[in-house]
Design a protein around this ligand. Structure first.
Ligand SMILES: *[C@@H]1O[C@H](CO)[C@@H](O)[C@H](O)[C@H]1NC(C)=O
Ligand SMILES: *[C@@H]1O[C@H](CO)[C@@H](O)[C@H](O)[C@H]1NC(C)=O
Ligand SMILES: *[C@@H]1O[C@H](CO)[C@@H](O)[C@H](O)[C@H]1NC(C)=O
Ligand SMILES: *[C@@H]1O[C@H](CO)[C@@H](O)[C@H](O)[C@H]1NC(C)=O
Ligand SMILES: *[C@@H]1O[C@H](CO)[C@@H](O)[C@H](O)[C@H]1NC(C)=O
Ligand SMILES: *[C@@H]1O[C@H](CO)[C@@H](O)[C@H](O)[C@H]1NC(C)=O
Ligand SMILES: CC(=O)N[C@H]1CO[C@H](CO)[C@@H](O)[C@@H]1O
Length: 410
């Protein structure tokens, strides 16, 4: 082909591209505001056509900005301006792990195309804006690891609340300073929540029985709050829950009966004020791999049936367990058992066991006892702790945790 024709065609083609990519003027105005106020933005934020010149962290469709992802830029120490609401076509807003401060603007609630909202790991303060309840396309809400305070908002006749978010699969609100009670109204049977994660806050009052109406739930983290009262039996009607974290609260009443929760693999109720109880029958649920029940007022002998082949970790320290420890023959050699600070006097397999066991501070480990299981509170070298902690995992920029706990592109 003639060189001049080729050149002409290239110029023409480029012009078409540029024309097609010209950024919508409303979006351009917002981005220019951010550019003038935020420091340490990506170096290629230059020129007047963010969509056309592929500004880093921005994706566009039909000249509208659909994604803004500036995650893991600690140098962005800024306030999120209310004008963010003018990015009307935004479906993904990820500002994870930066240094944002000040309030989450109430105007956020008008970004009604939002599907992914991740503001976790910043220094946002103030309340969770109730307007977030208007985001009826939202699937992913992560506000964890900030300094948010006040209650988890629920709707009332004049304002929306998080109970309106019936398409949202993830509420991640952990590691803030949220307070007040978890309102009964927060949960309803129209929701699609799979993760309800509110650990490490100052939430008080009882666990509402209404949580039992969200049949989609798979992970529940209520640990390290100020929760009181009985664990509602309705919670145990949730058949898809695989992880239940209730530790470090002040829950009272009987230890909840988890029989029938056949998907459970991880249970942590450490340090609560339950009534004295024998080892519950649900310890032998078929998929349980981890049972953490230190300081939960357990008493009596441990039935040998508890030590099933799938069990990986059993921590029952600081209870009133007594009598003879019989672990049977079905246990896995990867098993880690901590029964320190109890009243166990005998151990049937004391000469030929093959797992990690700590019986320190039991009568069987009276002064001078040199058995492996009495080694000064240190169990035998663990062969690697189980890492079944999907809700704690963090995914890199642009990626989110899938229900299967894999980091995937949203
Ligand atoms: C928060 O983000 C910073 C980097 O921006 C990272 O070093 C830190 O590990 C993150 N914290 C968590 C809990 O993810
Ligand atoms: C669930 O949604 C339906 C249809 O929108 C509505 O009629 C019903 O009241 C809702 N139920 C609850 C518990 O919110
Ligand atoms: C927990 O509750 C019990 C019974 O209501 C109360 O006696 C105790 O002081 C509480 N403990 C904490 C740490 O709040
Ligand atoms: C173990 O504790 C239970 C409940 O406190 C008690 O009834 C039982 O007598 C104790 N057994 C032994 C062998 O001390
Ligand atoms: C203990 O378990 C390990 C790992 O399965 C195995 O290699 C070892 O032979 C076992 N030891 C005994 C004494 O059964
Ligand atoms: C349990 O241990 C005590 C003290 O070591 C001993 O006197 C008793 O015979 C043992 N009981 C059983 C059933 O092995
Ligand atoms: C981005 C997105 O999923 N938008 C949807 C929001 O919800 C409305 C109504 O359900 C849909 O029409 C949009 O496609």
């Amino acid at each position: 082909m003639d060189r001049r024709i080729r050149l002409w065609m290239m110029i023409c083609f480029c012009q078409v591209m540029v024309i097609a990519a010209v950024t919508d003027s409303n979006d351009l105005a917002v981005l220019n505001t951010l550019k003038s106020r935020w420091q340490n933005l990506p170096p290629n934020w230059k020129g007047s056509d963010p969509c056309g010149s592929n500004w880093e962290g921005i994706k566009c469709t039909n000249s509208r900005v659909t994604t803004l992802d500036l995650s893991y830029n600690k140098g962005i120490k800024a306030v999120l301006p209310p004008s963010i609401q003018n990015l009307k076509s935004l479906t993904t807003l990820l500002l994870v792990g930066c240094s944002f401060m000040g309030p989450i603007p109430d105007s956020m609630g008008s970004l009604n195309q939002l599907v992914f909202l991740g503001l976790n790991n910043n220094s946002f303060t103030g309340p969770i804006p109730p307007s977030i309840g208007n985001l009826n396309n939202l699937s992913w809400l992560d506000l964890s690891d900030n300094q948010l305070s006040g209650p988890i908002p629920v709707s009332n006749p004049t304002a929306p609340g998080l109970d309106n978010l019936v398409t949202t699969k993830h509420f991640h609100l952990s590691d803030n300073q949220l307070s007040g009670s978890i309102r009964s109204q927060l949960f309803n049977s129209n929701m699609s929540l799979i993760h309800f994660i509110v650990n490490n806050n100052q939430l008080s009052g009882p666990i509402p029985a209404s949580i039992g109406s969200v049949q989609t739930l798979e992970v529940i983290r209520l640990d390290s709050n100020w929760l009181t009262g009985d664990v509602p039996q309705k919670l145990t009607e949730l058949k898809s829950v695989s992880e239940l974290h209730l530790s470090n609260n002040n829950l009272t009443g009987p230890i909840p009966d988890l029989s029938g929760m056949n998907s459970l693999s991880y249970v942590d109720m450490t340090s609560n004020s339950f009534e004295y109880s024998d080892i519950p029958a649900w310890f032998t649920l078929p998929s349980l791999t981890t049972i953490l029940m230190g300081m939960t007022q357990l008493q009596g002998e441990i039935p040998s049936g508890v030590f099933q082949a799938q069990l990986e970790r059993l921590v029952l320290s600081s209870n009133r367990l007594n009598g003879t420890l019989d672990v049977g023959n079905s246990y896995s050699s990867d098993l880690i058992v901590d029964l320190s600070d109890n009243f166990i006097t005998n151990f049937t397999q004391s000469s030929g066991y093959n797992f990690s066991l700590n019986l320190d501070n039991n009568p069987i480990c009276e002064v001078g006892e040199t058995a492996r299981y009495c080694a000064g509170g240190k169990p035998d070298t663990p062969k690697g702790l189980p890492t079944n902690s999907c809700p704690l995992a963090r995914c890199g920029s642009n990626k989110v945790l899938s229900p299967k706990c894999k980091c995937t592109k949203p």
